[in-house]
Design a protein around this ligand. Sequence first.
Ligand SMILES: Nc1ncnc2c1ncn2[C@@H]1O[C@H](COP(=O)(O)OP(=O)(O)OP(=O)(O)O)[C@@H](O)[C@H]1O
Ligand SMILES: [Mg+2]
Length: 231
Amino acid sequence: MIRFESVSKRFGPVQALDAVSLDIAPGERVALVGTNGSGKTTLLRALCGLLRVEGRVTVFGIDVQRQPEVALRSVACMPQVAPPLDAPVKELVAAVCALRSRKVARCVERAARLGLDLEAVARTRVRDLSGGTKQKLLAALALTAEAPVLVCDEPTANLDAASRGVFFEEVLARPANSILVLCSHRVDEVRHLVQRVVQLDEGRVVQDAALDAVQWEEADGKVVPLRKVQP
Ligand SMILES: Nc1ncnc2c1ncn2[C@@H]1O[C@H](COP(=O)(O)OP(=O)(O)OP(=O)(O)O)[C@@H](O)[C@H]1O
Ligand SMILES: [Mg+2]
């Protein structure tokens, strides 16, 4: 279970999150949707322990801010933007696999399925990879963690069609009680991956519904959310 309890975050004049409360049960796959700047990434960063917020975020009952080293063992995160690391790919892969007690070979296999030859880029600095290649690397690392909670922020925005299809298959092949929290503007991503959609607007939850009941429109393959915060 993931529980957000009245989570708020202000950046100067911007109220990025405004008393967000949300429960996500084991087995649920949830998409956060909303216009640019509605607070999706900020909420994910709070879940991944990357941001101090007011309120409380717990993962399987453990407070992410108080006991991050315990809570975050259950969480694998695929950020919206890869960190601009000087380290070569090989070092990052080795470090993440060591931290998660996973074999490097498993990561190499997953990367290959996503169309990334890790041997070929082993000595390349992470920051020098192309946008799509970075995303494949982040996906391979996040999936290799085999954590019960997978958090993905716009995971396929830069992927080609073939890799996107493989990514969907890999996410759906996770154990049935796994949790997925996805941020997305892409209709195909949301339709393939989740059963529940939560819409944020100006840092507040304005819609929380099953995929087939959610109110939205589509334009150019993108989600156009319909609900707005009431003034
Ligand atoms: N580190 C920061 N410093 C200042 N303002 C920030 C910071 N991070 C986010 N914000 C602001 O908080 C608001 C919410 O941002 P957030 O990144 O969560 O939006 P988002 O829903 O993920 O948008 P997008 O769809 O563009 O990714 C925005 O107004 C953004 O400018
Ligand atoms: Mg974002």
